[in-house]
Design a protein around this ligand. Sequence first.
Ligand SMILES: [Zn+2]
Length: 596
Amino acid sequence: MRKNIFALFILLVLSGFSTVNAMNIQYALKMPKPQNHYFEVEMLIEDYKEATLEVKMPVWAPGSYLVREFAKNVNLVKAFDEKGNTLTVQKTNKNTWKIQKGNAKSVKVKYEVYSFELSVRTSFLDLTHGYVSGTGVFMYIENQQENKGKLIVYPYSGFKKISTALPKAKEGMASDGAETFEFSNYDQLVDCPIEIGNHIEFSFQSAGVNHRVAMYGDGNFDVEQLKKDMAKITATATQVIGENPNKEYLFIIHNVVDGQGGLEHINSTTLSVNRWTYQGGEYIGFLSLVAHEYFHLWNVKRIRPIELGPFNYDEENYTSMLWVMEGFTSYYDELLLLRAGYYTQEQYIQKVLSGLNYVEGSEGSRVQPVAHASFDAWIKSYRPNENSANTTMTYYSRGGLLAAVLDAKIVAKFNGKKCLDNFMQKLYQDFYKKLIRGFSEAEFQKALSDFMEEDMSAFFRDYVNDTRVPDYKSIFAPVGLKVEYIGNAKPSFGASFSQSNGKAMVKGIRVNSAAENAGLSVNDEVIGYNGYRVEAGDLDGIFAGLTPGESINLLISRDDVLLEIKAIMGSYERPIYKMTFDNNEKTLKLRNYWLR
Ligand SMILES: [Zn+2]
């Protein structure tokens, strides 16, 4: 956001204030009948010079790398001049409406948005509350995203509270409950989700920031406990970079049955969690989500690849660096909990180990480099299919593991005087603060090499752009961790099953497995084994009792055709590692610095 304001300022100075279209834009958001799930939006556009204008609905929500086609929810797009005369509106592609403005002094665009998908990246409205994820509700005017403007929210008469990180305008709240907000540019407008309803809101101070928490829905939370824990986590996160760029920060939390995680914004976040997540063993998962989304206010919202802002809302924004944005953030979400005292070193190491075993134990790790996983997030990670386990590896997990690898290397190389924090600080200072922009992949590589005082190109060649297995043993030994490979071959058929209406269905086939070699496919229904009928739930037990080389006869139904499948039981060595503390005086010092 700062980038855009600054860029606009430079443009104004260079252009002598002549070329920028000093247009006024004001949005109105209405919801008179929430039970219909329609937000009504009006855009009042004044001082727009051209005879035609195009309004567009984004196709995606930044932070969630999938084309969602938000225009599919838009109906009744109409435009009027200042006298109320109808202007011609023509749809020119899936998300663009062209308006014949002619000589009109102002244009009012009206439309409605069906909003019935409650997630952190979509919008929702019913009689209990409204949630606005801006990219799915507010259209923008082509080539005018840099304009500042106002938003007036007219809450439904039964809704008494509006929570958003958008700054309030001096107009404040009107007697009918309508409240006016300001935005510096379109990016800011849609980067501030809005919760409207009768939720509770509480606040806490930490790291010099006033944090507000808007809680939609009941749950087993204890507000005082949340204030304490969230203050600790936000303060610990701030220490990583050493500076918190926000004065205000808003958490919007949706307490629902089916919690879906979070989405980061520059000075707010929305979390969607199970409403009973706040007690017992699940609570640490909630705190980890808080740490994750909060850390994003630096990593991805400010420390970022050049491709991720200002955004192109019209199509995919490709970057090969989500492994840094999501992977490093995933590394820090657990590390912050360790630093804040929620894990012991032993517990934390188990987290690192389970990440390592997940990554190295997955077939997809040997197929998809983490840079490719990032680039293809739009079509692979966000659109998985039954074969994804064989061909993909998430940039969250492998990126998080590479962050641990780099952290250990940094701690060892600089003898406990520097860690990954210092590299993140460098990125924040060199790009966000000094250059006021993101970095290219080449700039990131150079920054890491400069920081490490050595050429890091082999790291990128082998582990980022290829799928080689790092030498974990030598990487973690200097920081007091002994890594041992303990994988060995075990009997394996290579198919996984699910139960559907009492039927045993094949849901996954491991590449090069006995199941694949025999010709079993996903969605086959297994009916018989070696001449006997089998029930759903029998199969895992049957295969667990077989030894490699035994013959298997399966009767299956594929598309209602009965087929016999002959297989030979196989074996499979899933890579698996063990980590233990192994210290001398020096490595103990480094481990205690790393896991402080
Ligand atoms: Zn994330």
